[in-house]
Design a protein around this ligand. Structure first.
Ligand SMILES: *Cc1c(COP(=O)(O)O)cnc(C)c1O
Length: 453
């Protein structure tokens, strides 16, 4: 049988010289990693945390190698960024060629081809056949900030609705849009005004079908904000930090329909879900919705910092010349990397690979759930899969168990990330370049950590 996985096993994308194995030669952290972490504690602000106590020195395929010679299985992709694999050869070549040519002109001073080509590619691959335009930025939060600017300018209205459990970034406006106080907002206020929060569809916990959940959200919006005041609603089609919450069928289409009828811009924040992560190029495609605006970042450029707002040309063009931009936005090296990454997403079987990974991960987690009632829910799409851990007696979230399983997995050389409003979700975001063998071995380690917890 020849599948995308087989191809990837033969030539692990990114880092073909790195053995694709879990290898522990010291305890985690080893002495060199400990040394760096001590320097970090002295030199780096305490607010900048870390998940795995290692000093990374190389990464590719499905592994991260540390300074002590340990090789860890990567089930996090640096938070859904290295989707095509770390140091992917096509990205490396594109970056090397561009960095030798020119490193920066500022697109607002002297434009260049790669920025326009990235915009053309995004306009083509994002959902919907309508006329689209794009603008490029540096980070996800910056893209969200600009999507809100653009929607306000277009509608002449100010209010923005975000959702329970939503995550949109760490800048002032995006903190306001983000739901969870600790650690993202606590003590960092005051926050931007004219932000309102609506209830989300969370099938595992609200038991509502998509239509009813949408009705509840729309009723809140109409009563507490009013369509006359509302510029935009912003929502992650599948929530990331909030716990990989997949809304019930019908929820998102009902919101889109309400926005269309009320001159409200529908913004899909696909910063985590975009670029093949869910087994479709964008999660909006899973739900059959066409957003007015879409924000992207994370997986867009194979690890280089780049972000974008893409959407309806009439909305994107409503801002006056000079109103959008930034010194570094659409940096030529990041754009060269994005063009290489988008080529891989479109032509190297990435959607198929994400769906294969879904089958493996969901299969393994469903097996666990069948025998261990502490696994309350298994959900997600593609290579974006999560398990929610609960107290079987009460159904209450079990954050302590979740943290223990994650910590023990990392100590055994498997990098996993937690998430969720209640801190009780482990999320699996492997690079699509991981082999099935490593994926299974990673899940063996997680299962053993759960059994021991
Ligand atoms: C990560 C993320 C952001 C913020 O992106 P940064 O690049 O960290 O600023 C915004 N929205 C979603 C859905 C994200 O996952």
């Amino acid at each position: 049988m020849s599948s995308a996985a087989d191809t990837l096993t033969e030539t692990p994308l990114g880092g073909p010289t790195l053995p694709q194995e879990r290898r522990l030669v010291t305890s985690i952290p080893g002495p060199r990693s400990q040394e760096l972490l001590a320097r970090k504690a002295d030199a780096v602000a305490a607010g900048v945390g870390h998940t795995a106590p290692v000093q990374a020195v190389a990464a590719g395929g499905g592994v991260i190698v540390d300074a002590d010679g340990n090789s860890l299985i990567d089930l996090g992709s640096g938070i859904a960024v290295t989707t095509i694999g770390n140091a992917h050869p096509k990205v490396v070549a594109a970056v090397q060629a561009q960095v030798a040519q020119f490193t920066h002109t500022c697109f607002m001073i002297a434009p260049y081809d790669s920025y326009v080509s990235v915009a053309e590619a995004l306009n083509r691959i994002t959902p919907g056949d309508h006329a689209k335009k794009s603008a490029l930025f540096n980070s996800g939060a910056e893209a969200v900030e600009n999507a809100v600017k653009i929607a306000r300018k277009y509608t002449g209205k100010q209010a923005v609705v975000a959702f329970d459990h939503g995550y949109h970034g760490r800048t002032n406006l995006t903190m306001a849009l983000t739901a969870k106080s600790m650690p993202y907002k606590s003590g960092f206020g005051p926050f931007a005004s004219e932000i309102y929060r609506a209830p989300l569809s969370y099938p595992y916990r609200d038991g509502l079908d998509g239509g009813l959940a949408a009705k509840k959200a729309i009723s809140m919006i109409e009563k507490q904000v009013g369509a006359d005041n509302l510029a935009a609603i912003i929502i992650e089609p599948i929530q990331g930090e909030g716990g990989f919450i997949v809304p019930a069928d019908g929820f998102l289409p009902a919101l889109v329909e309400w926005c269309r009828a009320n001159d409200v811009v529908f913004i899909a924040d696909e910063i985590q879900t975009g670029f093949a992560r869910t087994g479709e190029m964008f999660a909006s495609d899973l739900f059959g919705i066409v957003p007015d605006l879409i924000t992207t970042a994370k997986g867009i450029a194979g690890g280089l910092p780049l972000a974008a707002v893409t959407g309806r040309a009439d909305i994107m063009d409503a801002s006056h010349a000079g109103g959008l931009g930034g010194t570094y936005g659409g940096n030529p090296i990041a754009c060269a990397a994005a063009l290489a990454a988008i080529d891989v997403f479109e032509n190297d079987g990435m959607l198929e690979r994400a769906r294969e990974i879904e089958t493996v991960l969901k299969g393994r987690l469903q097996d666990l759930r069948a025998t261990d009632p502490r696994v309350g829910d298994v959900r997600g799409h593609g290579a974006m899969i999560a398990a929610e851990f609960v107290d079987p007696a009460t159904g209450e979230p079990d954050a302590a168990l979740t943290a223990a399983v994650a910590k023990a997995s990392i100590a055994q050389g498997v990098i996993v990330l937690t998430c969720g409003t209640y801190g009780n979700v482990i999320r699996f975001l492997p690079p699509l370049s991981i082999t099935d063998d490593l994926l299974h071995e990673g899940m063996d380690v997680v299962a053993a950590a759960l059994a021991a917890a």
